[in-house]
Design a protein around this ligand. Structure first.
Ligand code: ZN
Length: 333
């Protein structure tokens, strides 16, 4: 915080005056706590804990916030909550705070973290109610993203009048760091290499695309996994892909833009001649000429460059990625 601009103390005093002001008053859950939402959540999370099913089921504690959300259609009323008379006041508290920060140049926002505490289990049939307060506004902080203020909102969620849990949500509202144009290009994110997939990346470094083969039942699998989905065996060896494949499906990415990529670009689901599928880029052809069924051929693309800026990875030496290029017309374009 060496670069505190003039007038920031006055600004901070105005920001701090928002501490304790209501952000949501007397919100009511759009749905009762219910079994279908619990089941969907557990399926999405892969959580088979028996506590969440059956006649004595409770809701996963981490669903706390889900019961307060209005979904795509939102809650009844302007702010998303119940139509109480103080709606316009509580709307204006957060609006005013954000307008003040915008006016001070803190026009960008990023969610930084949330913390939850649980006091009482929620069960199907519970009706949740909730209130939220602007709990704290930090002094000006300087981060890698830029300089600004952390705003923490605390939501208290109740059921049957009892506090079931609290949800604290923190954002950073900040003035983005202006970067010289030539520094804006960022390196492509590196793959996360772990015990389960290290062999795959060792293969890539040797320009070999390796598919795992179960030693128990012979089933090929991709991406790399510690065990066989067909028979459960943890034993495996590899086969080297011929490099021939076809575009099984694809999407064209337009949005959101990601600094290391240059949209629009095609992301293909490539079916290898061996039968497994992998997600990869289709290169050497305009994004709007990629087609399902298009024959493609493996090649290795250099990624990473020591001249590129990489905040996530120090020393971003060159590395490679398997990509696919049309095998017929348009090849070597
Ligand atoms: Zn197997």
């Amino acid at each position: 915080m060496d670069d505190v601009p003039d007038g920031s103390n006055e600004l901070y005093a105005r920001l701090a005056a928002f501490e304790g002001r209501a952000a949501v008053v007397s919100g009511v859950g759009k749905d009762l706590v219910n079994e279908p939402m619990i089941r969907h959540w557990c399926e999405a999370m892969g959580d088979a804990n028996p506590a969440y099913t059956g006649p004595d089921a409770i809701a996963p504690a981490t669903m706390l916030q889900a019961w307060t959300m209005g979904g795509l259609s939102g809650h009844t009323g302007h702010t998303g909550h119940t139509g109480r008379s103080d709606r316009s006041d509580r709307q204006s508290a957060q609006d005013e705070l954000f307008a003040l920060l915008d006016g001070a140049g803190c026009t960008s926002v990023v969610a930084t973290d949330c913390e939850q505490e649980y006091f009482r289990a929620l069960r199907p049939g519970d009706r949740v109610t909730f209130d939220a307060v602007i709990e704290s506004v930090s002094p000006r902080k300087t981060t890698k993203l830029g300089s600004g203020h952390f705003v923490t909102t605390r939501m208290d969620i109740r059921a049957g009048g009892e506090l079931a849990g609290t949800h604290r949500f923190r954002i950073l509202k900040y003035a983005p760091v202006a970067r010289p144009e030539h520094k804006r290009r960022v390196a492509r994110p590196r793959p996360v290499i772990n015990r389960d997939n290290a062999g795959f990346w060792e293969g890539v470094a040797e320009h070999r695309l390796l598919i795992q083969r179960c030693a128990g039942c012979g089933t090929l699998r991709f991406p790399w996994l510690p065990g066989c989905n067909a028979c459960g065996s943890p034993e495996w060896d590899t086969v080297e892909a011929s490099g021939a494949g076809t575009v099984y499906s694809y999407v064209v990415m337009h949005h959101p833009p990601f600094p290391a990529f240059d949209p629009p670009y095609a992301v293909g689901l490539i079916e290898l001649a061996e039968g497994v599928r992998m997600v990869s880029n289709v290169v050497g052809v305009p994004y709007d000429k990629v087609r399902i069924g298009m024959p493609v051929q493996l090649e290795f693309m250099r990624a990473g460059d020591e001249d590129e800026e990489s905040e996530a990875n120090e020393g971003n030496a060159e590395w490679e990625l398997p990509v696919f290029r049309p095998a017929h017309e348009g090849a070597r374009a």
